[in-house]
Design a protein around this ligand. Structure first.
Ligand SMILES: [Zn+2]
Ligand SMILES: [Zn+2]
Length: 312
């Protein structure tokens, strides 16, 4: 089944598993201490927010299963272009907290400025969150730059705040809305990008021989029936899988000379639960470096729609 539901363990279990992975990472690479400290600060906030979101009331989506199934059938992700109301009163303080954690973790004033702009309303939290949900990098870049704020950090804090909501929404949507039509459409999903939000996978986790593609945004998981480049579908000789470290064939990189892009693929005992895909991403940073040394890159987000603008 190409869309794969991943277990969502309780908060304490997720935190314990995260802690084990961070500890192992620092033992192997002590120079990552600062990066791990920052990630620990951010992900702990994400996990707490996810808990609050899960226990709270989310907007009910009136998206008929048949309509969504037809959308998926056209290769368009479920959430793409949908006006989904986000709980801004809950997420605005979360945005400010993420800015605080980034400021302490090394981003300093650059992050504080964004937090201040959100708190004062100079940067409209609702628009920022909506643009993030719409995966509209242009809107966030334009809006942030206009206010003299760092666009990459604005994108990051919005993503961190929206992630838990999307994660819960999609779980509810895919699990309870159900319906044969939607189930079939999800089962037939065979694209390289996420069936919910359209993002490219952060990496593939190979679990029991299954190449599970993992969305970095909310940890969606899907599998393709073809072994091909996720970005351009190349299946021929131009698409190769290599292990940069011959002693560690469980850690590989898929390289495509047709589109010049790469994807990390690592064997894992189980799929990382939300939001620990970010840790898997950090654990494999050396694979990014090796691929980039060979001039492979990652393409920008795929566009499915345009139109939203960040209110300044
Ligand atoms: Zn996604
Ligand atoms: Zn390709």
């Amino acid at each position: 089944m190409p869309y794969v539901p991943v277990a969502h363990p309780p908060r304490t279990e997720i935190l314990a598993s995260a802690e084990r992975r961070w500890k192992a990472l620092i033992e192997a690479k002590p120079d990552l201490q600062a990066a791990v400290d920052l990630q620990r600060g951010l992900l702990t906030l994400v996990i707490d927010l996810a808990q609050t979101v899960d226990g709270g009331r989310l907007p009910r989506l009136s998206l008929p299963a048949k309509y969504l199934a037809a959308k998926l059938g056209r290769g368009v992700p479920v959430l793409s272009g949908e006006p989904i109301p986000l709980p801004a009163p809950l997420l605005k303080p979360a945005l400010v907290r993420f800015c605080g954690a980034l400021a302490v973790g090394g981003a300093g004033e650059v992050a504080t400025h964004i937090g201040d702009a959100i708190e004062s309303g100079r940067l409209d939290a609702g628009s920022l969150l909506a643009a993030s949900l719409a995966r509209d990098q242009d809107a966030i870049r334009t809006g942030a730059t206009h206010l003299g704020l760092a666009p990459d950090l604005a994108w990051l804090v919005a993503e961190l705040a929206v992630g838990p909501v999307v994660h819960t929404l999609q779980r509810t949507l895919f699990a309870t809305l159900g319906g044969v039509a939607l189930t079939d459409a999800l089962a037939a999903w065979n694209q390289g990008y996420c069936p919910a939000c359209g993002s490219w996978p952060a990496l593939a986790e190979i679990v029991a021989g299954h190449r599970l593609l993992r969305c970095a945004f909310w940890a969606a998981t899907w599998e393709r029936t073809i072994y091909a480049c996720v970005y351009c579908d190349e299946q021929g000789e131009a698409f190769v899988t290599a292990a940069p470290d011959e002693a560690r064939t469980d850690r590989r990189t898929e390289l495509c000379s047709t589109c010049g892009a790469y994807l990390k693929a690592v064997e894992a005992a189980e799929a990382s639960p939300f939001p620990l895909v970010a840790i898997a991403d950090m654990e494999t940073m050396d694979l990014d470096v090796a691929a980039m040394d060979h001039h492979y890159g990652r393409p920008p987000l795929r566009e499915f729609r345009t139109g939203s603008r960040l209110k300044a």
